[in-house]
Ligand binder design. Structure first.
Ligand code: AMP
Ligand code: MG
Length: 307
């Protein structure tokens, strides 16, 4: 059910989570300081209790209310990339309920680059929000995806199609070593450019004790099997290619080196494959250096393959 900003703010203030658009994917938001409403998010999604949420803010100054220390590098990143697809993990202020961070003593914060998200947060205050999908399903990049998972009556602020389409980059600046917990549209090079620092990627194995707990879970996967394309035609597969510009068949989509559009459409293609009954999604391999967003895109595809 599509609702306007005033209605969304009213429901959120009453403790009822609402889905709203961001530039990465749709979020499911509740007031970050309302533990009961935050727990409702976990219930709606079927999200494991040890998978923390990102707190969304409308201005960098709200960061001060959520964390106990803001290192120079965090200031630099916020100045360079907020609003934008970058979440920064910092030591948690005790006023942030443990439900938000799944008991961790650090909290992830980001300022989303979407006018409706910013307008909503200005009405409600900081919002704790994971992606607005049933746990284990691909993240929603359109309002209709949220309704497909939560039902037609679920309240959604419709902001059209998300411009980026994969979840934010997540970095951890809470310790002495800068860590990259999740690749996304803000690349390693962009992190280094803004801070002069190298962010060590933390590879999180399935079921491992995780620095970023959410990364151990199966995410982003459709019901169809996701695999690398072997170059062969296959009428039972939805084939996604990136570098070959040959005339495609009906079941083949070629992104022609346009990795931004590929990222924007990936989850919609996953949902399309299930909707149209394809047995698999076959994706042409590419290098993590092919484009700034390529490493993030590759990470989501690999997670869908690993399932
Ligand atoms: P989602 O919003 O559904 O993309 O999930 C947010 C992801 O951000 C989680 O799965 C974690 O991997 C990461 N995250 C959120 N909060 C923290 C935190 N306090 N420490 C480390 N990682 C976090
Ligand atoms: Mg998610």
């Amino acid at each position: 059910m599509r609702i306007d900003l005033a209605e969304a703010a009213r429901r959120i203030s009453a403790g009822q989570p609402v889905a709203f658009p961001t530039e990465t994917v749709y979020g499911l938001g509740a007031p970050a300081f309302d533990a009961r409403a935050v727990l409702e998010i976990f219930k709606i999604k079927g999200r494991p209790a040890d998978n923390p949420l990102i707190v969304h803010i409308a201005e960098a100054t709200q960061l001060e209310t959520l964390v106990t220390a803001i290192p120079e590098a965090a200031h630099k990143l916020a100045k360079a990339y907020w609003p934008g697809p970058l979440a920064i993990v910092l030591p948690k202020n005790p006023v942030v309920p443990d439900a938000v961070t799944a008991g961790l003593s650090k909290v992830a914060v980001r300022c989303p680059d979407h006018p409706l998200a910013l307008a909503l947060i200005r009405l409600t205050g900081p919002l704790a929000a994971p992606s607005a999908n049933t746990s284990g399903r691909p993240s929603p990049t359109r309002a209709a995806h949220v309704e497909a998972d939560f039902g037609a009556e679920f309240p959604v602020v419709d902001g059209g199609t998300c411009s980026i389409g994969i979840e934010s980059t997540v970095v951890d600046l809470s310790g002495h070593e800068p860590l990259l917990l999740r690749p996304g549209a803000i690349s390693q090079d962009m992190l280094k450019h803004a801070t002069g620092l190298t962010f060590r990627p933390v590879i999180v194995e399935k079921h491992a004790e995780a620095a970023s707990p959410g990364m151990k879970y199966t995410h982003y996967a459709p019901k169809a099997t996701v695999r690398w394309w072997d170059g062969q035609p296959d009428s039972k597969a939805l084939i996604l290619t990136v570098t070959s510009n040959r005339a495609g068949s009906a079941n083949r989509i070629d992104y022609c080196h346009d990795f931004s559009t590929f990222a924007k459409e990936l989850y919609d293609r996953f949902r399309q494959a299930d909707h149209e009954g394809f047995q698999s999604v076959a994706i042409e391999r590419f290098s993590p250096d092919a484009a700034p967003i390529a490493a993030g895109l590759l990470n989501r595809i690999e997670k869908a393959i690993q399932r």
